[in-house]
Design a protein around this ligand. Structure first.
Ligand code: NAI
Ligand code: NA
Length: 395
């Protein structure tokens, strides 16, 4: 079939298998171009199909020849209806990993559930024995709690008062003011339940209980801080409460891992266009200005550049360079004073009329479509493509 992008708001309903594969190939080539990383050899990635998790899986596999198990929640295609991008990404990843002689298996299902944890435990027992690195990169709007069956929804709201600021509709370039009402009821607690550290700890407990973590094993979860302009809706908002909880959980997990000399870290990453960040008001305007400034300074990075640097310079580079809260800061270039000062100036000026010059709206929009395998250089979108791609290890 011929597959074209079909968007509704900040989601795209279709995705392109060839474009997704090309994205994966580009990431693999990038990692290979940077040379070998003396890193972990047996790696479990939770949230492995898109964004930072996919980049982590690719960096482990093609930077350190690691065996990887990836867990994610994605839809395969049905006749005439493309699968989700994460599904195509994983199909492509496995294909190229296997071609390179690397072990790669995937489990598609709800990582918050006991069933999927059990499946992963059994797979590690059968195939790898133990793992030495666990990447926790889930981003989800909902979580069904495994103990109670209760469904929790996370929200992106400020805490305490209404937040009003600028935002952009990146499809039209329209800059407008948006007001977001503060959290109410159980909003904060629910968001912490979905995106906080509880599930991360449950994973590590389940792995440790079965002796599936090797001596000195490491686990890393991803967090975000960001600038002043997004603080009320991000770091000081409901999602920030969840990130505080996640960061606190790193210390608890490190305590739990004492007997094997293991460590849990949070890495604070750069703001990037992913499915998760496109859904947060105000952030797309910030990202379009951020990209413009960082590209001009020659320090722009995407997911793969971020994670390759995280691995080669921090995790396996001998210097974690932790901040005063014990976090890895691979958002260091985003948060540079000169970068933030320029964005603050541009922020005041940005309007519908001038944003295409002040900001990198085109870059934002392109990266958004890239997430779904569209507008990827070198892909022939007029060519007939088989949508019924499957993930090799799932066959
Ligand atoms: P993403 O949306 O690209 O990836 C999320 C992954 O989680 C996908 O593989 C998806 O299949 C999987 N997933 C979601 N629900 C699941 C479930 N119930 N069971 C199994 N798998 C499930 O997200 P992104 O942006 O890569 O985010 C990953 C982490 O990085 C998050 O903690 C996020 O807060 C953090 N982060 C994101 C930044 C950004 O700008 N996008 C910046 C800094 C940190
Ligand atoms: Na991810």
């Amino acid at each position: 079939m011929i597959i074209e992008p079909r968007t509704r708001g900040f989601i795209c309903l279709t995705s392109h298998p060839t474009g997704c594969e090309q994205n994966v190939i580009n990431q693999i080539e990038y990692v290979k171009s940077k040379g070998k990383i003396e890193g972990a050899k047996k790696v479990l990635v939770l949230g492995a199909s898109t964004g930072f998790g996919l980049a982590s899986r690719i960096t482990s596999a093609f930077g350190s020849d690691a065996a990887t198990i990836g867990v994610f929640f994605d839809k395969p295609a049905t006749e005439g209806r493309p699968g989700s991008p994460g599904y195509y990404n994983t199909a492509a990843f496995e294909k190229h990993a296997h071609k390179a002689g690397l072990y790669a298996k995937s489990i598609n299902g709800d990582a918050f559930s006991n069933e999927i944890k059990e499946q992963v435990v059994n797979l590690i027992k059968e195939d790898l024995g133990q793992v030495d690195l666990v990447i926790y990169s889930l981003a989800s709007p909902v979580r069904k709690h495994p103990n109670t069956g209760k469904r929790f929804k996370s929200v992106l709201k400020p805490i305490g008062e209404v937040f009003t600021n600028k935002t952009v509709d990146f499809h039209t370039g329209n800059v407008s003011e948006i007001s977001i009402n503060p959290a109410e009821g159980d909003d904060i607690a629910n968001t912490v339940t979905v995106m906080g550290g509880e599930d991360w700890k449950m994973w590590m407990d389940a792995l440790q209980a079965e002796n599936l973590l090797s001596e000195g094993a490491t686990t890393v979860a991803y967090s975000y801080i960001g600038p002043e302009v997004t603080k009320p809706v991000y770091r000081n908002g409901t999602i920030g409460a969840a990130k505080d909880d996640l960061e606190k959980t790193a210390f608890e997990i490190t305590d739990d891992l004492k007997s094997i000399n293991g460590n849990a870290y949070v890495s604070v990453n750069k703001a990037l266009v992913t499915q998760a960040s496109s859904a947060i008001p105000v952030i797309p305007l910030y990202i379009s200005l951020l990209f413009k400034v960082m590209k001009e300074k020659g320090i722009h990075e995407g997911c793969i550049e971020q994670i390759e640097r995280l691995y080669s310079e921090r995790l396996f580079g001998g210097d974690l360079a932790l901040d005063d809260k014990g976090r890895i800061r691979i958002d260091d270039w985003e948060m540079r004073e000169d970068v933030q000062a320029e964005i603050a100036e541009l922020w005041k000026k940005a309007t519908t009329e001038n944003l295409s010059e002040l900001g990198d709206l085109e870059g934002y929009s392109n990266e958004f479509f890239n997430l779904f395998g569209f507008k990827v250089a070198g892909v022939d979108y007029d060519a007939d493509v088989n949508e019924m791609v499957s993930i090799p290890s799932e066959q």
